[in-house]
Design a protein around this ligand. Structure first.
Ligand code: PRP
Ligand code: URA
Length: 235
């Protein structure tokens, strides 16, 4: 396991909860019930960039030679191929920020939704790059609630021959972490925050509500709505 230089992360075995001040700042605005879809998308982008920086700190590089206008010097190129796999829908909001950093990354997709009654994941789509064409797979989904969706996604990836998996999310519940670690103890977990618990509807508390709905401006789920209270403006 590795940590980004200067960032003091909280470590519980394979769980990295960022303590970076910018992550904590931006996450607070992401959580706010009055943050609209456009700003929500931007904050997801920004948070994903910061978390990816931490999660990818152990990528292997190869030494190379670089000629600057003044001299020859040592340079480095990534020696490992990264694949990005968002869980639809909300994971889509995390793709572009990392793709921007690693334009060579291949992108696969896993379509899962939670059955509202059972909270069990239902698989409806899967399209993945060949396992032979990637070294590290970043599984992207902002929310680790019961852990059912992420566990199912790891099952799908491993059936496809993909074993080096890092899960990157924004908010996790302890229940989801326990579920994912129980099923896939080899998968490292990188999140901006570990919250308190789940409510009766399986929403993370305090959380941020329904990530997919907030990203794409679709229905407001009453179970996830919290009363508005006066809040300071974002600087
Ligand atoms: C949300 C979220 C995760 C899942 C987390 O997706 O984006 O995929 O719930 O919950 P879990 O840990 O209990 O499985 P949702 O099922 O709402 O699907 P959507 O993104 O298509 O709306
Ligand atoms: N899915 C979400 O989008 N939010 C939660 O709090 C739980 C599951």
């Amino acid at each position: 396991m590795s940590e980004a230089p200067g960032a003091s992360n909280v470590r519980h075995q394979q769980v990295h909860e960022s303590r970076h001040p910018l992550v904590r700042h931006k996450l607070s605005f992401l959580r706010r019930s009055d943050t609209g879809a456009r700003r929500f998308q931007e904050l997801v982008w920004e948070l994903t960039t910061l978390l990816a920086y931490e999660a990818l700190a152990d990528l292997v590089v190869t030494q190379t030679s670089v000629t600057t206008p003044l001299a020859k010097t040592d340079g480095y190129v990534l020696a490992e191929r990264v694949a990005l796999v968002p869980i639809l829908r909300a994971g889509l909001g995390m793709v572009d920020s990392i793709w921007n950093l690693i334009p060579d990354a291949q992108v696969g997709h896993i379509g899962l939704y939670r059955d509202e009654a059972t909270l069990r994941p239902v698989e409806y789509y899967s399209k993945l790059p060949p396992a032979s064409q990637m070294d590290v797979c970043l599984l992207l989904d902002p929310m680790l609630a019961t852990g059912g969706s992420t566990t199912a996604a790891c099952n799908i990836l491993k059936r496809h021959g993909i074993f080096r998996i890092k899960y990157l999310g924004l908010i996790a519940a302890p229940e989801g972490i326990a579920q994912l670690q129980g099923a896939h103890p080899d998968v490292e977990i990188y999140v901006a925050a570990v919250d308190c618990c789940l409510n009766d509807q399986g929403y993370i508390v305090p959380g941020l509500g329904d990530a997919g709905d907030r990203l794409f401006g679709t229905k407001v789920d009453e179970a996830a709505r919290i009363p508005n209270s006066p809040q300071t403006e974002e600087p």
